[in-house]
Design a protein around this ligand. Structure first.
Ligand code: 3HC
Length: 283
C-alpha cells in the first residue's frame, strides 16, 4: 500500500514536526486538534522551522510555499475520513489516546492504517481497542522531528507484516531511517536514553554537582550535543516522568525508579521549555 494522504492528530511539538516533514516530502497532510490555539501555534512553529531551512539554503522559497500549501488543519477527526494513514500524536495519556483511536477506527476506510507516536504506552494495548489491530503500529519520532533522523517502528503483538512494510517505506520517503522494534516498555531508544537522563536528575538531587556542571560534563566529557538536563527540558519533564514510570512499572526493577525531584517538578508545573522553566529557565 502506498501512502499519499496522512492525518496527524495533535498539534503539539511532535504533531507539528510530523506534519511539516510529511508535507516537505510531498504528502497531503491534515492536522487535527480540538484547540484552535494549538493549531495556530503549530502553524507558527512550522513557518519558523521552514524559514530556518530557507535561511540555510536547505529549501527554496517555492519548496517552502508548497510544503505550507500541503498542510490543512481542522478541529474534528471527521476531516481525516479519507486519509491513507493517521498518526496519533496527542497528549501522552492512555484514556485520551484510546478515545481518539476508537473514533478513528469507526471513521476511516477499512484499508487505512493507524499509527501512534506514543513515547511510552504499549502498542499492543492501544491496538486492542481497534477492530483491525493488524493495521496498527507504533511510529515513534524524535524531537525535533525535522532534524532527527530516526523513526522507531514498533510492532504490537498483532501488527501485520504489510502494515510494517507500508510504514517502513513511508519512513524512508520522509528521509528518516526506520528501526524495527518489538513492543516492550520504552521500546529501544527511551529504554536506554531516559535512564541516563534519570541518573543525571539523581546526581542533581544528591547535590553531586550543579545542573550547569552536570550538563557540561556530559557535553564535553561524552560529546553529547546537549546535556541530559537540557535534554529533559526539551523532552518535557512530564514526558520523562511518564516514560520512567512505564519502565519502572513494566519491569518492576528499582533501577528505573524516578527521583522525587522529577515528581516534585511535575507537581510544581516546571515542565521544561514548554512551561518556560525546568532545570533551566527559558523566560
Ligand atoms: N527545525 C528545523 N531545523 C532545526 C530545528 C527545527 N525545529 N531545530 C534545530 N534545527 C537545525 C538548526 O537549524 C541547525 O541546522 P544546521 O546544522 O544546518 O546549522 C541544526 O538543527 C542544529 O541546531 P542549532 O545550531 O540551533 O542548535 P544545536 O547545535 O544545539 O542543535 C539539536 C539542536 C539538533 C536539537 C541538538 O541539540 C540535539 O541533537 N539535541 C539532542 C536531541 C535529542 O536527543 N532528541 C531526542 C529526544 S528523545 C525523544 O524525542 C523521544 C521522546 O519519546 C522522549
Amino acid at each position: 500500500m502506498v501512502i499519499n494522504t496522512i492525518g496527524v492528530v495533535g498539534a503539539g511539538t511532535m504533531g507539528s514536526g510530523i506534519a511539516q516533514v510529511a508535507a516537505q516530502s510531498g504528502l497531503q497532510v491534515t492536522m487535527v486538534d480540538v484547540a484552535p490555539a494549538a493549531l495556530e501555534r503549530a502553524h507558527k512553529s512550522i513557518v519558523s522551522s521552514l524559514d530556518r531551512l530557507v535561511a540555510k539554503d536547505k529549501l527554496d522559497a517555492a519548496g517552502r510555499a508548497q510544503a505550507l500549501a500541503r498542510i490543512a488543519t481542522a478541529n474534528e477527526l471527521a476531516a481525516l475520513r479519507s486519509a491513507d494513514l493517521v498518526i496519533e500524536a496527542a497528549t501522552e495519556n492512555l484514556d485520551i489516546k484510546l478515545k481518539i483511536l476508537r473514533e478513528l477506527d469507526a471513521l476511516l476506510t477499512p484499508e487505512a492504517l493507524i499509527a501512534s507516536n506514543t513515547s511510552s504506552l504499549s502498542i499492543t494495548v492501544l491496538a486492542a481497542v481497534i477492530q483491525r489491530p493488524e493495521r496498527f503500529i507504533g511510529m515513534h519520532f524524535f524531537n525535533p522531528v525535522p532534524v532527527m533522523g530516526l523513526i522507531e517502528l514498533i510492532r504490537g503483538l498483532q501488527t501485520a507484516d504489510a502494515t510494517h512494510a507500508a510504514v517502513e517505506a513511508l519512513a524512508r520517503r520522509l528521509g528518516k531511517t526506520p528501526i524495527s522494534v518489538r513492543n516492550a516498555p520504552g521500546f529501544v531508544v527511551n529504554r536506554i536514553l531516559c535512564p541516563m537522563i534519570n541518573e543525571a536528575v539523581f546526581a542533581l538531587q544528591e547535590g553531586l554537582a550543579s545542573a550547569e556542571d552536570i550538563d557540561a560534563g556530559m557535553r564535553l566529557g561524552a560529546n553529547h550535543p546537549i546535556g541530559p538536563l537540557a535534554l529533559a527540558d526539551m523532552i518535557g519533564i512530564d514526558v520523562l516522568l511518564a516514560v520512567m514510570d512505564v519502565l519502572y512499572e513494566g519491569f518492576r526493577d528499582p533501577k528505573y525508579r524516578p527521583p522525587t525531584l522529577l515528581r516534585e517538578m511535575v507537581a510544581a508545573g516546571l515542565l521544561g521549555r514548554k512551561s518556560g522553566r525546568g532545570f533551566f529557565s527559558y523566560r
